[in-house]
Ligand binder design. Structure first.
Ligand code: 4NP
Length: 156
């Protein structure tokens, strides 16, 4: 299934690196090769940083070690990746603005469209909230990653 997938959120320190870590673990568990996974942020403000320590702690409790270093999404990512998956309306709007041409818009997808257990239209930004927000984000991301991987394995 040679595919390259990029998860995108605002800061690339909470939602998208968690999505990357969850997907990496799932790919290992399902024994899937040739799926490349990365994450990036619309903002470059946190570039070089590890994920937010609250997200790392919550993720670790579920067995995910998040070691991604934040980076800003670039126009070139549209050439390098097959799917670019945003977490909320703002990410999707920003990705559309960044795309080299409207032709590339079809690479942009919404993470919650792959949820199968939960009905949600976005993965909420947990940055300014409490600890419950991080668990809610992880629940949504686990659901969506499983749905996405199921879609990809059926599609190939
Ligand atoms: P994320 O959360 O988009 O899930 O990584 C955020 C992290 C940092 C900021 C915003 C959202 N920030 O404004 O610094």
């Amino acid at each position: 299934m040679d595919r390259k997938i990029l998860f995108v959120c605002l800061g690339n320190i909470c939602r998208s690196p968690a999505a990357e870590g969850i997907m990496q673990k799932l790919v290992q568990k399902w024994g899937i090769e040739s799926l490349e996974i990365d994450s990036a942020g619309v903002l470059g403000y946190h570039a070089g940083e590890l994920p937010d320590s609250r997200m790392r702690t919550h993720a670790l409790k579920r067995g995910y070690v998040l070691s991604h270093r934040s980076r800003q999404v670039t126009m070139n990512d549209f050439y390098n990746f097959d799917m670019i998956i945003g977490m909320d309306d703002r990410n999707i709007d920003d990705l559309r603005d960044l795309a080299p041409s409207p032709e590339e818009w079809k690479k942009i997808h919404r993470m919650t469209d792959y949820c199968r257990k939960t009905t949600a239209d976005h993965v909420p930004d947990p940055y300014y909230g409490g600890s419950q927000g991080f668990d809610h984000v992880l629940d949504l991301l686990e659901d969506a990653c499983e749905g996405l991987l199921t879609f990809l394995t059926q599609d190939s």
